[in-house]
Design a protein around this ligand. Structure first.
Ligand SMILES: NC(=O)c1ccc[n+]([C@@H]2O[C@H](COP(=O)([O-])OP(=O)(O)OC[C@H]3O[C@@H](n4cnc5c(N)ncnc54)[C@H](O)[C@@H]3O)[C@@H](O)[C@H]2O)c1
Length: 387
């Protein structure tokens, strides 16, 4: 029997991205981005590599950078081999990352594909007339860009606010991948453990559900009382914040807010508590303050697992996963969200950028959801393939 060729992880991902590969073949014929430059600031990992190749097939020159801490060197090599310019370093240093972002904007891209609002925020400081508009991938980016509409004045479609992205990625896939990442980084069980999830939005719901399905006792803390009531009706414990911290074996943040867990909480934490973040920015857990708290007497670093253990006065320990960065794109062999969920989200990306390149969106469509017709088209294409 023939064993065929040896495929890489990116080949495996591509084989599962049925929507994107279909769009890539179409774009190779229709060239919707002919003579355009697309500047991108999104995780450089295998699934985005397939998205960037799809846009490249559509005639665009791509100038790509990543997000903080998630750049995968194999993906960067792969993109270089396929004619995509990459300006990115694997770094946790915001100032190093900022240099890459500035270099992408210096190319004056015609379209921007952003994740977290990093590129649009730089554009807003020094707008240039050639920008047609672009897309924003995530919740935190929408929160950052919405107050900047006056400066942006361009069509910007928020992929995050598509119902498809909400349920397929944020709820189902982030829930699965955060659970997978807890297991992958710690190799510890969830059975009978007490898990507290901060934030019961789209992502937090999936995280809470996945830990509950893995036989953990899950509590939810949300800043909004109505959302907290919904968590209660969904059968989760909703204790006051202090109690939820005091009793937790695992604390997960999924809020999009800053300083959700701070050094002030150390005194209440249970011995052996594990802290992990799934929110976009590494500021939900105030890691630097925790590391430098006077309560910390020693630290151990488990480099391979990307875990830092804090030894506290009195003998308790607290473990921080991935330095508070998004755990599902950190640590050993980071996989991120499922291929199917990202194929859906990135098909939305490709169609939204095509929509803007074709001049069908106006500057009034600034930081607005994906047009419903695009949602319907992507949903039908996925169902045709999978049901
Ligand atoms: N890790 C990933 O792969 C991934 C994927 C998608 C989105 N994200 C990120 O995850 C984060 C959450 O996204 P979402 O779509 O669930 O957002 P969301 O807006 O749907 O939900 C956030 C929830 O957090 C609550 N909240 C805000 N501040 C809080 C606080 N201090 N304490 C407790 N609750 C608080 C809000 O009331 C809300 O219910 C964002 O940063 C987003 O960008 C990560």
């Amino acid at each position: 029997m023939s064993t065929g060729k040896e495929g890489s992880r990116i080949d495996w991902v591509k084989a599962g991205c049925h929507l994107l590969t279909g769009i890539e073949a179409e774009f190779a014929r229709t060239k919707p981005f002919r003579d355009m430059t697309i500047g991108t600031g999104i995780h450089l990992e295998p699934k985005t590599a397939i998205l960037l190749r799809t846009l490249h097939a559509g005639g665009a020159r791509i100038v790509a950078t990543g997000n903080l801490n998630s750049t995968q060197p194999d993906t960067v090599d792969y993109l270089h081999q396929h004619g995509i310019e990459v300006i990115a370093e694997q770094t946790m240093d915001q100032s190093v990352h900022d240099l890459s972002l500035n270099r992408v904007i210096a190319e004056k891209p015609d379209l921007i594909l952003d994740n977290g609002g990093d590129l649009f925020a730089i554009y807003a400081e020094a707008p240039y007339p050639e920008l047609l508009g672009g897309t924003e991938e995530t919740t935190s980016g929408r929160m950052r860009l919405a107050p900047m509409r006056e400066q942006l004045q361009r069509p910007i479609l928020v992929i995050n606010d598509s119902p498809i992205k909400q349920f397929a990625e944020n709820r189902h896939a982030v829930g699965q991948s955060m659970f997978e990442s807890y297991m992958r980084l710690t190799n510890r069980s969830t059975n009978g453990k007490r898990v507290t999830v901060f934030g019961y939005g789209a992502c937090g719901r999936g995280v809470a559900a996945n830990f509950r399905n893995a036989s953990a006792n899950v509590s939810v803390v949300d800043a909004d009382p109505v959302t907290t009531l919904e968590a209660h009706f969904d059968g989760f414990l909703t204790p006051p914040r202090d109690h939820a911290i005091r009793t937790a074996d695992v604390i997960v943040t999924e809020t999009g807010a800053v300083n959700v867990i701070t050094a002030d909480d150390l005194g209440a934490m249970k011995d052996g508590a594990v802290l992990m973040n799934g929110g976009h920015f590494p500021t939900e857990i105030a890691v630097s303050d925790l590391l430098h708290s006077p309560q910390v007497v020693a630290r151990d670093r488990f480099e391979e697992q990307d875990i830092e253990t804090l030894h506290l006065k009195g003998g308790r320990t607290v473990h921080i996963l991935a330095g508070g960065h998004m755990a599902n794109l950190a640590g050993p062999r980071p996989l991120g969200n499922s291929i199917e969920s990202m194929d859906l989200g990135f098909a939305l990306q490709a169609r939204c950028l095509e929509h803007i390149a074709s001049g069908k969106a106006s500057k009034d469509d600034c930081v607005v959801p994906v047009p419903p017709a695009i949602d319907a088209e992507i949903a039908e294409a996925y169902l045709d393939r999978h049901r």
